[in-house]
Unconditional design. Structure first.
Length: 210
């Protein structure tokens, strides 16, 4: 059995993907993982409130609290070490992690993106902007992607994707709602597979043993 996952969840917003993973842990769909802390750059993030309600350490830490990038990164790593985190889940975290953290947790950081990467990814492609771009493109399908995190926005190897149809009457709002439902399905599933030692990244090629 793989080492038990001690997950640090980074989130900037409401925390619905955090909640979906928590629900899977609480219902024993995920049995080899714990969320050891929730970290947010936004003091008003719903994700921090969810953490507090579940008695999970909720940490607000923002670059603006520090004089330099280096001080900020040292503080982040100190928090991860404090909670013995060995895995990072980016669940709507609106900041780029430093190279130092990405290297320290190589192949142990995952993110979810509300499009079928490599389409509609990269800097500026977040939230409703992604869905607006997908509709404007004329594509007939969109979806969600769980991927490894590397040192470029939305660039790491794809782990899992699921699609939804883009209807002729689709709006960015309706598409966002459809995709959020599949995010809540595939994100906990990827965490489960990791916790059971069934996902590997070998030289950029993702192997999933179900």
């Amino acid at each position: 059995m793989a080492e038990r996952l001690k997950i640090a969840v980074f989130a900037s917003g409401k925390g619905s993907n955090l909640e979906s993973i928590l629900n899977s842990i609480e219902s024993c769909k995920i049995i080899h993982a714990d969320i050891v802390c929730v970290i947010s750059n936004n003091s008003n993030a719903g994700a921090l409130e969810i953490a507090k309600q579940k008695n999970i350490p909720a940490v607000h830490i923002n670059r603006e609290q520090y004089l330099t990038d280096e001080e900020f990164n040292v503080a982040l790593i100190k928090k991860l070490n404090e909670f013995a985190a060995n895995f990072i889940v980016l669940a709507g975290y609106m900041k780029m992690l430093s190279s130092t953290i990405i290297r320290k947790y190589k192949n142990r950081i995952i993110n979810i993106h509300p499009a079928l990467l490599p389409k509609f990814g990269g800097k500026g492609m977040y939230g409703i902007h992604v869905h607006e771009a997908a509709i404007a493109s004329g594509d007939k399908v969109s979806g969600a992607t769980v991927h490894f995190v590397d040192e470029e926005y939305d660039h790491g190897s794809t782990i899992m994707q699921e699609t939804v149809n883009i209807d002729t009457t689709e709006t960015a709002g309706t598409l966002a709602a459809k995709i959020l439902k599949i995010e809540h399905k595939i994100f906990p599933e990827v965490v489960r597979l990791f916790s059971e030692g069934k996902i590997y990244n070998e030289d950029g090629k993702v192997v999933i043993c179900k």
